[in-house]
Design a protein around this ligand. Structure first.
Ligand code: SER
Length: 341
């Protein structure tokens, strides 16, 4: 696969210059989604809440995360995206608004509009308003049944069979195009399934990995929509945040790739996850009733070769299955206690 030498080197002042960072204005789309909720909080701590603009289609009941400034924004509205970026003099964009894999299959047209038109609108606004950096996440869903299932190479066959996956491959190419043609510093990783204690996933194939925790604590029982032996790569939210920030901070001169970095954190079967949860929730029972999401999972890899991310920007996950499960359950229990009291 052809790669490029960037012709514009923005050198990452954000990473090295604290004073400059405090003047950096950051826009996050999909701020109330599964990744956005925790990433927005981390960005607020890093750049200062006043420098943040959290956007989504509407404000959730709980309000904006960490009380970050909020504006509604529909990413499919090109003019609204450009005007928002200009009005707030945005320097850096984390573009997370997307429709996930399972929901995408129910409405491919809407998925294309949100995922592809939304991305193009953000990249175009970034280019026109001379935004310095954009982060856009790809996914393991960018791979398909022709991709090797294990130790997926960084550069490999990418022929996904879901519309979500199609938008991820096309999105990676579009990001590379904006870098090559316009010098826009857009960066991204291929996230495994994300597990977060703070926000529920919405319509993904890896949602079972989050639902299982909630069900274990609330009912002691869960019916899992993938098989017991279904193995997928997953990542815990603190690692997910560290990946985004680590890549955005990376020294440009070290980057051969810019988008679609494979990152790997942990891999386990649904049955192994249930067994791990059972260590903390004695008597937890998990049944398995695979539905159409199993067919999607069957086209995704089990493990990824993330040596490019490790070599180019020192990617290193911190959470494995036992550490993630213990932390996740502690956080959910704490949340239960707070809401009960
Ligand atoms: N977690 C996502 C999904 O299941 C994959 O990127 O759709």
């Amino acid at each position: 696969m052809g790669r490029f030498v960037p012709d514009v080197d923005y050198r990452n002042r954000f990473a090295r210059d604290r004073a400059f960072r405090k003047m950096t204005r950051v826009l996050i789309t999909g701020a109330f989604g599964q990744i956005g909720t925790e990433l927005a909080a981390a960005l607020g701590a890093r750049y200062g809440s006043d420098n943040m603009l959290a956007t989504g289609r509407s404000l959730p009941d709980g309000g904006s995360p960490e009380g970050l400034p909020f504006e509604p924004l529909d990413v499919t509205d090109a003019d609204a995206v450009l005007q928002t970026v200009k009005r707030h003099r945005i320097d850096v964009i984390y573009h997370l608004a997307a429709v996930l894999s399972a929901r995408g299959e129910k409405d491919p047209r809407m998925t294309w509009q949100v995922n592809m038109d939304g991305l193009r609108n953000v990249l175009e606004a970034a280019r026109r308003a001379t935004v310095a950096q954009v982060f856009w996440p790809s996914s393991i869903a960018a791979f398909g049944p022709d991709t090797p299932r294990d130790a997926v190479p960084q550069d490999t066959i990418m022929r996904p069979t879901t519309i979500y996956g199609v938008t991820k491959v096309a999105g990676e190419l579009l990001c590379d195009y904006y870098l090559q043609k316009y010098g826009l510093d857009v960066r991204g990783v291929r996230y495994p399934g994300v597990i977060s204690s703070a926000a529920p996933p919405g319509g993904g194939t890896t949602d079972y990995a989050v639902e299982m925790f909630h069900a274990a604590l609330e009912r002691g029982r869960y019916t899992c929509f993938v098989r017991e032996d279904c193995v997928l790569p997953l990542i815990y939210m603190p690692d997910c945040t560290r990946a985004a920030l680590g890549l955005m901070d990376a020294d440009t001169s070290r980057l051969t790739h810019r988008n679609g970095f494979n990152i790997s954190a942990m891999t386990f079967s649904a049955g192994e996850l249930a067994a791990e949860i059972r260590k903390h929730v004695p008597g937890f029972v998990c049944d398995y009733a695979p539905d159409e999401r199993q067919a999607i999972a069957d086209t995704w890899p089990r493990t990824l070769d993330d040596s490019a991310a490790r070599a180019e920007w020192d990617w290193q996950p911190e959470y494995d299955l036992p550490r993630m499960a213990a932390d996740m359950l502690a956080r959910l229990r704490e949340h239960q206690r707070r809401t009960a009291g």
